[in-house]
Design a protein around this ligand. Structure first.
Ligand SMILES: [Zn+2]
Length: 226
């Protein structure tokens, strides 16, 4: 008997609840989280995973936020142009109804892109993985341009089976980049943009870059007061 088999055979008698275990509905959902700065390939990693699940015969669906309309509204598009059909929604808990309850029941895997824009991320992940038995793969920014927690992405870390933090290349020195620097003096948290507004940077160039952006803002503000 292998180690794995012996674990299985021990499980029902471990706490004397073999009857309860066989009676209870125990779906084996999973939650996988992919985080990192912009331009780290999070969407690409998510798409690769979703496509490979699809090739393995599993029913897949992709959701992204309807806030992000930089590319096509009904497809997920990576920075390098790869496309995949998806549902663009304002929230996640509306997905089941919009997708259709029967079709939803048939789903095995749900991908969520730009997860930082969904306020109901935590509730949806609990419901879909633990009640409905889905495998959920989430990609999103862990931090905003000020390196503050962004949306609910960090809230689901305690729920996750796996967490992957991807890195980009620092646009200034080429080292590994962990952070997203906003190049403009806009201060809204949710400013959607690409390389015109944001750049991936290493720690050193984040700190230097932030100082430069703040100095530039101060100069502009003092000029506008004159
Ligand atoms: Zn750098």
């Amino acid at each position: 008997m292998s180690f794995f088999q012996s674990q299985i055979s021990l499980a029902p008698s471990f706490d004397g609840t073999s009857d309860r275990m066989s009676l209870s509905h125990c779906p084996s959902g999973e939650i996988h989280v992919i985080v990192g700065p912009m331009f780290a390939g999070k969407t690409t990693a998510l798409l690769r995973r979703i496509k490979s699940e699809g090739k393995n015969g599993r029913n897949v669906a992709m959701i992204k936020s309807s806030k992000d309309t930089r590319y096509a509204v009904d497809s997920v598009v990576t920075h390098d142009g790869t496309k995949f059909p998806c549902w663009a929604l304002p929230n996640l808990l509306s997905f089941r109804k919009k997708f259709g309850a029967e079709a939803y029941d048939e789903l095995d895997v749900i991908g969520i892109d730009e997860a930082q824009f969904f306020d109901d991320l935590y509730d949806f992940c609990c419901e879909a993985a633990e009640h409905d038995g889905k495998t959920i793969i989430v990609a999103g920014l862990d931090g905003d341009y000020l390196r503050r927690s962004f949306g609910s992405v960090l809230d689901i870390i305690p729920l996750a089976d796996t967490i992957t933090k991807l890195t980009a290349r620092c646009e200034i020195c080429g080292k590994r980049a962990f952070f997203t620097l906003r190049k403009t003096d806009e201060t809204r948290t949710e400013l959607i943009g690409g390389s015109d507004v944001y750049m991936p940077v290493c720690r050193q160039h984040y700190v230097n870059g932030q100082a430069i952006v703040e100095a530039a803002r101060n100069v502009l503000e003092s000029r506008s007061k004159v």
